[in-house]
Design a protein around this ligand. Sequence first.
Ligand code: NAD
Length: 206
Amino acid sequence: MKHLPHKTIERLSQYRRALLICAAKGKTHIFSHEIAKIQHITPVQVRRDIMLIGYTGTLRKGYNIQELIDLIGDIIDTKEGLNVAVVGIGNLGRAMINYFNGKRTKLSIVAGFDSNPDKIDRIYSGVKGYHIDRLAEIIKEENISIAIITVPAGAAPEIADKLVNAGIKGILNYTPKPVQVPSHIYLEEYDMITSLEKVAFFVKTH
Ligand code: NAD
């Protein structure tokens, strides 16, 4: 499972969200073409992804929704859950904390870090703000394995280095500045401007 394509992991996460909504409505089984319709992709893609995780449905009923939710959970989640830190308790950092907490049981934001003394020793939606100088100490103490970078772009490379030295395993960089990390760290960079320009390009050309 370690070698599942990154895009498959993304889609599995999206399938699970869609499946949870279907389950909440009392639906027990679903066909690949139904998932495909919700996700705006092809049924072949859905079947390929689900086959990659070793699951098959039946011709007559399709996939068992709860089994598929559980299986995707086994693949994506860890049993005990993972702790997450937000570095940069500004507008975006606070929005991330607000949005995320209470949403997923297996990922919890447990600490925020900032260099501004006014932002530390305060609680943001249940999450404590610490001074950035305490990064390594708190990451160890709170068993934090994932960090979200929401500092101004210029500070992102320095923060990424600090996180790597502190033993972080995965980074989601929300700043427009790409960062470099060793190959054993999983890095996801989300540049909102690139995403918006991608949409603009398709709007222009269609
Ligand atoms: P912000 O100025 O509100 O927050 C930045 C925070 O980082 C501040 O609290 C600041 O004190 C802290 N900080 C600065 N240098 C630091 C350092 N060296 N160590 C620790 N903390 C430090 O900015 P924002 O609007 O929250 O944006 C944060 C980042 O996210 C930027 O890179 C921005 O481009 C990106 N971004 C923001 C949005 C948004 O909607 N606000 C959207 C997409 C991307």
